[in-house]
Design a protein around this ligand. Structure first.
Ligand code: S3P
Length: 450
């Protein structure tokens, strides 16, 4: 045995109730849709993180007025202008793929020129996937590297946009939503077929606004008789549930830490998001849904999670991936302690997230001497409930990726509770979960109620 390998030690259990911050996907959409409605809309439970701030800043630049609601934390009044206003400075999506891709659908349809870009990571992420369908709708978009990368510039088409029937080459809620948002400003119907269902928050929220949108199987149709844009809609009150993707880190931390019992309250349980729950339950995770209800068109509930021995093989194939695409880094952490094998296939999309997540996990696991077999579209690892990992000799790299940073922090707690590992880029948690460390510390003290 390597001399630095820790002998089994006992991480402190996680105990108590917690509320995770608002759902990131729904928060982006609530800001955008409110900013398109020329009324004073109210959004509660909004995620206050760097990614959502990027969307808020873009909409403020385009004329929306965003004011905090002084009577309620995490709540805002958002008033859209009569029509979005031209803005000469470059819009900044920061690190947020959802911001740049969904905004692309909106900007493509406006009667003014605009440019949007993001940070170094976002400038490397594929944008051809939105440019291509939007161009087929008549949008004029240019980008770097032969129109595949940000910065993206939109110039108006005097003829306006036309709806399309489009089959997505990959399951992507961001691309689907970009097309639907452009479709709101286009003549005629817009129809999108996905290879597998991705999260449907945009469809649910547009339906709540009275937009004629229907889903049959994997095909979503925005009917041709829709009004142009959303400016005419009545004022809305959106309630954003807690983010399942943020809850996922504490679900796995509690499952893997003996003696833990946590209740994560008010978590969004959209069927397109809860693949991790299904996968973990299939290998014996003691997770129950309490108080199920529907809030603002989304299923919501409390998740009671008790420490569990995970036993059995987990094999995920392409159709399974969209419902847990963001949870794969933390699933890989659970896989280390699985009494069985975890196989992920058909997840090439992981290579195009905030980092190349297959490589990011591989690098960290290599540094921890954890056997991990990467493939072009996934990985395989064999777990062991008794696995001992060494304290890493040098800093682990979060690769500028919030979900890698949080997954490694959970692994540190479970694997090596007496040492705090150095994780380069730990501060990237600000992208989706700025209070992550705080909530984790309170749960470990068993006194969490945040
Ligand atoms: C998101 C969709 C997913 C997800 C991302 C948020 C969204 O991306 O990974 O974190 O809000 O629509 P893709 O649509 O590119 O798969």
């Amino acid at each position: 045995m390597n001399s630095h390998v820790q002998q089994p030690s006992h991480p402190q259990p996680l105990c108590g109730a917690l509320v995770v911050p608002g759902d990131k996907s729904i928060s982006h959409r609530a800001v955008m849709l409110s900013g398109l409605i020329s009324q004073r809309n109210h959004v509660s439970g909004l995620l206050q993180s760097a990614d959502v701030q990027s969307t808020m800043a873009c909409f403020q630049a385009l004329g929306a007025i965003i004011e905090p609601d002084p009577t309620l934390s995490d709540a805002y009044w958002i008033t859209g202008p009569k029509a979005l206003q031209p803005h000469s400075a470059v819009l900044d999506a920061g690190n947020s793929g959802t911001t740049i891709r969904l905004m692309s659908g909106i900007l493509a349809a406006q009667p003014f020129t605009s440019t949007i870009t993001g940070d170094a990571s976002l400038q490397r992420r594929p944008m051809g996937r939105v440019i291509s369908p939007l161009s087929q709708m008549g949008a004029h978009i240019t980008g770097q590297q032969n129109n595949t990368l940000a910065p993206l510039t939109f110039t108006p088409n005097p003829q306006g946009l036309q709806g399309i029937a489009y089959t997505l080459p990959m399951a992507s809620a961001q691309v689907k939503s970009a097309i639907l948002l452009a479709g709101l400003f286009a003549q005629g119907a817009t129809q999108i077929t996905e290879p597998a269902p991705s999260r449907d928050h945009t469809e649910r929220m547009l339906a709540a606004l009275g937009v004629p949108i229907t889903t049959h199987g994997n095909t979503i149709t925005l009917a041709s008789d829709h009004p142009m844009g959303l400016a005419h809609c009545p004022a809305q009150r959106w309630q954003v549930p807690g983010d399942f993707s943020s809850a996922a880190f504490f679900m796995v931390a509690a499952l893997l830490t003996p003696g833990s019992e946590v209740v994560i309250q008010n978590v969004g349980l959209n069927p397109g998001r809860i693949g991790l729950l299904t996968a973990l339950q299939s290998v014996g995770a003691d997770i129950t849904i309490q108080n199920p209800q529907t809030v603002a068109g989304e299923p919501v509930g409390d998740l009671r999670v008790c420490a569990s021995r995970l036993r059995g093989n987990v094999t995920l194939d392409e159709p399974d991936i969209p419902a847990l695409i963001d949870e794969i880094p933390i699933l890989a952490v659970a896989g280390i302690y699985l009494d069985g094998t975890l196989t992920v296939r058909g997840a090439e999309e992981l290579r195009h997230k905030e980092s190349d997540r297959i490589t990011a996990i591989q690098q960290a696991f290599d540094a921890l001497q954890m056997p991990f077999e990467a493939t072009p579209d996934g990985f395989t690892l064999s777990g062991d409930p008794q696995r001992c990992l060494p304290t890493p000799a040098t800093a682990l790299d979060a690769c500028h990726d919030h979900r890698i940073a949080m997954a490694l922090a959970v692994l540190n707690h479970v694997a090596d509770p007496t040492q705090t590992w150095s994780i380069q880029g730990r501060e990237w948690v600000r992208i989706s979960f700025p209070t992550f460390d705080d909530v984790f510390a309170r749960l470990v003290q068993g006194a969490a109620h945040v």
